[in-house]
Design a protein around this ligand. Structure first.
Ligand SMILES: [Fe+2]
Length: 492
């Protein structure tokens, strides 16, 4: 059945490509440059299907969608969106859009949407003349697939955006793919030197499989999905497939870096066009997320190593504080474990503890390395190091907790510390912990102007200063740790 189809887009290239695809399939295309022109044309002519862009001058896609659904409720509307605007596509479908297509699109996906809509419209026409059990069943399955698509998009957007570690993401990818495509065999792997390194799988067992010579090679080389038929070789175990297996590529800049393989459908059916479309939407959204995480990982680890080398340079200058930061971090972590602190606070100690004295880089050697008693001016200069450290780390907005550790590790529980004189619970708990660890290590280390205190003497001093300089609860927790019982860490 030939259809009249209106294309509303301000991009002449998109209009032309869609026009050619639609005319090539035997339908009658018409074009409009924006929502206002589209609305005028739609009131003058009758169209079965309208493709509309989201972002256009004069009248945007969402406004156009609302107006057109008021003017001609029977028309099917397909939104044209770019990634990563999946949330907008969900909103559009709630407003009554029948489907959406993401740029850049290919002929197959455009035609598959048109054919699906023509089928649904035929059923609706039949329905107007009286519903048959067969048409109700098909309408239901259309509705089911639409609802499922909306749910999928919402789930991906909300669940995945919170995951900052790739390992959690891989687990989520496999779990969601299994649920959404009713598959009992799912694997997600990274393509590395011609092998697929499986990061997470259900039903598949090997850790690594060769790409060359397998059906996976087609996907990696072409960047397009491949639907393997029963009888082809299953790359996971070398046996012949008993049912279809769908291999979906994750690509960044046209380069395939990972594959999601989905097979052994629990309902025993083949993969429908809709399901393949769902799978493709799923991997496109996730490819962006994985890329972001990978960039963040690279950024974070290079930042951490740059800062650590700064700390090493301070410790290289000052042999007395050598490895002080490392020991303080270890003691503080022991206390944090004893107090059962949440993982993110322990991570902040693990990194921030190492950096707490980073501001000493701004203290002159003649003061920092002075043997003998400091003058009051020199003491004031040393006391600047928490603020100098804060100034170093502040431009890196990623580390708010670490910043607290650096700025406040010389505050006192009773408010008598520096630089801000904050007290009690105004001082974050990880800072109160670091303060105990820092002081314990300073007391038990040899200094230029005095010898080290014994473990017992240092603990006695901590207890004496409980609820004055230190939070008493933190001092009690320290007593439960190996360090608090006098066991020195092996390495530091
Ligand atoms: Fe310090």
């Amino acid at each position: 059945m030939a259809c009249r189809i209106l294309i509303v887009d301000d991009d002449p290239v998109v209009r032309e490509v869609l026009e050619q695809i639609i005319a090539g399939a035997g339908h009658s295309p018409d074009v409009a440059k924006d929502g206002a022109e589209g609305l005028r044309k739609a009131t003058e002519n009758e169209y079965e299907i309208i493709f509309t862009d989201l972002k256009m001058p004069r009248m945007g896609g969402m406004d156009f969608l609302r107006e057109i659904k008021k003017a001609s409720p029977g028309v099917s509307v397909v939104m044209i969106t770019g990634f990563p605007t999946v949330e907008t596509a969900v909103a559009a479908m709630k407003e009554g859009a029948d489907d959406f297509i993401t740029k850049p699109f290919n002929i197959d996906s455009v035609l598959s949407i048109i054919n699906r809509l023509i089928g649904a419209r035929g059923l609706l026409r039949q329905a107007k003349g009286g519903l048959t059990p067969e048409s109700v069943k098909r309408l239901n399955s259309e509705l089911f697939s639409k609802v499922q698509k909306i749910n999928l998009l919402r789930t991906i957007s909300t669940e995945v955006d919170d995951l900052s570690h790739n390992s959690e993401l891989y687990e989520k990818i496999v779990g969601m793919a299994s649920r959404l495509l009713f598959a009992r065999e799912v694997s997600f792997g990274i393509v590395e030197s011609d092998r697929l390194k499986i990061k997470k799988a259900v039903g598949a067992r090997k850790d690594e499989i060769p790409v060359a010579g397998s059906i996976l090679e087609k996907v990696v080389k072409s960047g397009r999905y491949y639907l393997a038929a029963p009888g082809e070789v299953n790359p996971h175990d070398g046996n012949l497939l008993r049912s279809q297996m769908l291999s979906l590529p994750f690509a960044i800049n046209g380069e395939v870096f990972a594959l999601l393989n989905v097979g052994d459908k629990a309902d025993g059916t083949s993969f429908s066009d809709d399901e393949i479309g769902l799978g493709l939407t799923f991997v496109r959204k996730l490819a962006l997320r994985i890329e972001n995480n990978a960039l963040y990982d690279v950024f974070y680890s290079s930042m951490v190593s740059a800062l650590k080398s700064l700390v090493n340079s301070i410790e290289a200058r000052d042999s007395y504080t050598k490895q002080h930061s490392e020991r303080v971090t270890e003691y503080a972590l022991q206390i944090a474990r004893a107090m059962d602190l949440p993982e993110d606070e322990k991570n902040a100690i693990g990194f921030g503890g190492y950096l707490h004295d980073i501001g000493k880089i701004g203290v002159r050697d003649t003061v920092l390395l002075k043997e003998g008693v400091l003058t009051s001016e020199e003491v004031e200069e040393i006391k600047l190091h928490p603020v100098i450290g804060d100034n170093i780390i502040s431009p890196l907005k990623f580390f708010p907790r670490e910043k607290d550790l650096i700025r406040h590790h010389h505050e006192r529980f009773d408010g008598g510390g520096y630089p801000d004189g904050i007290a009690g619970e105004q001082i974050p708990v990880i800072v109160r912990i670091l303060s105990v660890a820092d002081t314990y290590d300073a007391m038990t280390s040899v200094r230029p102007y005095r010898s080290a205190k014994s473990h017992q003497a240092a603990v006695k001093e901590l207890v004496r200063c409980s609820n004055k300089q230190f939070d008493g609860q933190v001092v009690s927790a320290f007593m439960q740790t190996p360090a608090g019982k006098g066991i020195r860490p092996e390495r530091p």
